[in-house]
Design a protein around this ligand. Structure first.
Ligand code: PMP
Length: 400
């Protein structure tokens, strides 16, 4: 018997991986090549300038610990970049972390006492709720509203009603995983207003901020008063296709960043030294970023027009990220399925991996599938065609 800490409770790992596992089994048993719409990262290798810079840093022996909050040059570079986009932000207001996930973790750690509540927008990136629970906090959920013509919107009224004495934080993720939505500026502004009114923290995860295909995105840092209440999270994983390098960052007022430095020095010491050096070069690769985004835009357009051919699906064309989030309630009703059983059927019968909306983590995803367009155009076409065939076959069988 293992005496694991009670705080672990029934903490779950990334459930998207479970479906990859089932797919591997099916590939072996049936000999079919599966098509993977479950992918949560760009399918391009990190741009060569960054890889070269990492090699150079290693060759120069840049291998020792760095300061807990990161190397000065990189903190400065990020501060300049954010200042150019959003207003005056100083190096002292930046912390470098080993990935955005770690940035999220230390931010939660700073504020959550057992029993505290954190409002999540539902559906939400799976790890928010798990870390909150791990720290003894309680995630509470404000479900997004959906319409096929308008997409997803934040239910500000619902959030207002959820706020009480125990509420410590609200987590915003914009552009949004899993829906692909870029929330409208007026929703962000309203959200900021109620947060200020109630004196709670806004944790804003803007890791997909470069993946925008339509319209403008409003960052929470655009509010000149952001320092009073914002912890801003971003990272290198998505923008520069550096998922495996593990590098993220936080912007917050200096008092918060200093506390993060104390946590960092006790938990992970610092982000990897030569990765930080290489990241300096990332800011010289915006041509590569632009090409990648254009590639993703084409794939998004293809995914949308292919999904439109499945008449049972309701789809809003994602203005951001690299996910599409079709609403599949017609199929669920017809087959008496939930999204988990639908995802499994699609793997078994179409050899296609999707992520059931239910894993994100409550009701908000219950009628949806997440499909990533971070895969090749031919695969997108082939995969959606396979889904369409399975749906038509089932329909045919049931009408004969
Ligand atoms: N936030 C969101 C919304 C994400 O989708 C991801 C990655 N899937 C992360 C954070 C984690 O990013 P990182 O690789 O920097 O830890």
């Amino acid at each position: 018997m293992q005496n694991f800490a009670t705080s672990l409770g029934n903490l779950s790992g990334e459930s998207t991986l479970l479906y990859q596992e089932i797919a591997r089994k099916i590939e072996k048993e049936k000999g079919i090549k599966t098509i993977n719409f479950g992918i949560g990262q760009p399918d391009v290798v990190t741009f060569s300038k960054i890889r070269e810079a990492a090699k150079q840093a290693l060759d120069q022996g840049f291998t020792a610990y760095t300061p807990a909050l990161g190397i000065d040059d990189l903190r400065q570079k990020i501060a300049v970049e954010l200042s150019e986009k959003y207003g005056n932000i100083k190096k002292e207001e930046i912390a470098i972390t080993p990935g955005a996930k770690t940035a999220l973790f230390v931010s939660f750690l700073l504020y959550i006492n057992p029993g505290d509540e954190v409002i999540l927008i539902d559906p939400a990136f799976y790890s928010y709720s798990e870390v909150i629970k791990l720290l003894g906090g309680k995630p509470v959920y404000a479900e997004l509203r959906f319409s096929e013509s308008e997409g997803f919107s934040i239910d500000i009224e619902k959030i207002s009603k959820l706020i009480n004495k125990k509420t410590k934080m609200i987590v915003l993720n914009n552009p949004h995983n899993p829906t692909g939505m870029v929330f409208r500026s007026k929703e962000i502004i309203k959200l900021q207003e109620i947060i200020k009114e109630n004196k709670i923290i806004l944790l804003s995860d803007e890791i997909y901020d470069h993946f925008i295909y339509e319209g403008e995105m409003r960052s929470v840092l655009q509010d000149p008063d952001w320092r009073d209440y914002v912890i801003y999270i971003n990272g290198f994983s998505k923008t520069f296709s550096m998922t495996g390098w593990r590098l993220g960052y936080i912007a917050a007022k200096k008092e918060i960043i200093d506390k993060i430095g104390i946590l960092a020095s006790n938990i992970y010491t610092c982000a990897t030294s030569f990765v930080q050096k290489a990241a300096l070069e990332a800011f010289n690769t915006y041509d590569d970023v632009k090409n990648m985004i254009e590639l993703f835009r084409r794939r998004r357009d293809i995914m949308y027009s292919e999904l439109k051919k499945i008449k049972e699906f309701k789809i809003y064309k994602s203005p951001g990220t690299f996910y599409m989030f079709p609403e599949v309630s017609n199929i669920l009703k017809k087959w008496n399925f939930d999204t988990k059983s639908l995802a499994i059927k699609l793997i078994e019968e179409a050899g296609v991996i999707t992520v059931p909306g239910e894993v994100f983590p409550l009701n908000g995803g219950k009628q949806f599938l997440r499909m990533s367009f971070a895969i090749g155009e031919d695969k997108i076409k082939e995969g959606i065609n396979r889904i369409k065939n399975v749906i038509e076959e089932v329909d045919e069988k049931s009408t004969h």
